[in-house]
Design a binder for this molecule. Structure first.
Ligand SMILES: Cc1ncc(COP(=O)(O)O)c(C=O)c1O
Length: 371
């Protein structure tokens, strides 16, 4: 039975809807089955279909998601049990004891914790720089630097890095560039098209999109690097379950629609924040639903919202609000990546933007009424 092929020039939305979806070969179900299995029957010892001998090594539901992610990012995807497991696998596949990596000065706290608290014990060294300053980045690269780890937009300050210029600089020094594309998603940014060597995702966020799954992915351009990442996936074993793969794959089919709605919500919220006394440092990259701002009553605002839920994470259809210093970024306290205590991070969902604006407005005013 021949695989159905989309036209070569199919647009992103069309690819998002169809990527990785082949009708089930036996029953022709349009959405393939969830292969909730740990192993596969062999007709004779060592005889099995394709790569399916044991489900840590490969699973058809996981493979369908990996095919889809590869198609949307323009590379070869491998999935993991979380975004951090994906990060760990990529660093394991590219670095060794004595290697040095460059981290952004503003970054997800868990990435810093992984490198600073775990990987340094195995001989990895790191330097943190503001990667919007390419000169500072150039100075930070050492003879043993293997990897420049990029977040753009950064979490939680939402700095945007020029990926193409950064990749050019890194490659001129023989260094790989990996981009955490969690906040932008392939709808807004496809780093591999700008020459990056790897893309990492916390698919827990926008890719899954419904706050019901934790999953991670690495997508790379080079086949040999892909093999190394897949080797770590099987050898270290931090794989995602089939049901979680199914959920993220389902999320991908509406990614383009959700990202447009997230951006519309964020745009409306930013307009409110820019005109609100007491609010400063409003940051929004102009796409995606992530917004941050500073306010002296950061904690109070977060407890007064009724549509925004006070919770860690981001990228789901529902709006979330948090104080990074007290929540997601506790692990960077005291480091170069520390965030101010009055910083609020919003993940603007796909509710009606009017309700989001009204909710935030009353939450901010609620504090000043009593003051
Ligand atoms: C930018 C970014 N990268 C990676 C991660 C880690 O992903 P996970 O929570 O799926 O392990 C997060 C989690 O918040 C994140 O915000």
């Amino acid at each position: 039975m021949s695989a159905r092929r989309l036209p070569e020039d199919a647009r992103f939305a069309t690819r998002a809807v169809h990527a990785g979806l082949e009708p089930d070969p036996h029953f022709r179900s349009v959405v393939p089955a969830i292969h909730q299995t740990s192993t596969f029957a062999q007709p004779a010892p060592g005889e099995y279909l394709e790569e399916y001998d044991y489900a840590r090594t490969a699973n058809p539901t996981r493979r369908a998601l990996e095919d889809a992610l590869g198609q949307l990012e323009g590379g070869l995807a491998t999935t993991f049990g979380s975004g951090l497991a994906a990060e760990h696998a990529l660093i394991s596949a590219t670095c060794e004891a004595g290697s040095h990596i460059v981290l952004p000065r503003d970054l997800y706290g868990g990435t810093y914790r992984l490198v600073d608290k775990i990987l340094t014990r195995w001989g990895l060294r790191y330097t943190m720089v503001d990667q919007t300053d390419l000169h500072a980045l150039a100075v930070a690269i050492e003879p043993d630097t293997r990897l420049v780890w990029v977040e753009t937009p950064t979490n939680p300050r939402l700095d945007v890095v020029d990926v193409a210029a950064l990749v050019e600089l890194a490659h001129a020094r023989g260094v790989l560039a990996a981009v955490d594309n969690t906040f932008a998603t392939p709808v807004n940014q496809r780093p591999l098209e700008h020459g990056a060597d790897a893309v990492v995702h916390s698919a827990t966020k926008y890719l899954g999109g419904h706050s019901d799954v934790v999953l991670g992915a690495v997508v790379v351009a080079d086949e040999q690097l892909h093999e190394r990442v897949r080797f770590v996936q099987n050898a270290a074993g931090a794989i995602p379950g089939p049901m979680d793969c199914f959920l993220v794959h389902r999320g991908l089919r509406t990614l383009h629609l959700r990202m447009a709605a997230h951006a519309a919500s964020a745009g409306a919220v930013v307009e409110l924040l820019l005109g609100t006394p007491g609010v400063s440092d409003v940051a929004w990259p102009g796409f995606s639903g992530m917004v941050s701002f500073r306010h002296r009553d950061a904690h109070g605002i977060c407890t007064r919202t009724r549509v925004f839920t006070l919770a860690e994470s981001l990228g789901g259809v529902e709006s979330l609000i948090e104080v990074p210093q007290a929540m997601t970024h506790g692990s960077v306290e005291g480091s170069d990546a520390a965030v101010p205590a009055d910083l609020v991070r919003l993940s603007c969902g796909i509710e009606d933007p009017v309700d989001l604006v009204n909710d935030l407005h009353q939450a901010i005013l609620g504090g000043s009424r009593g003051a």
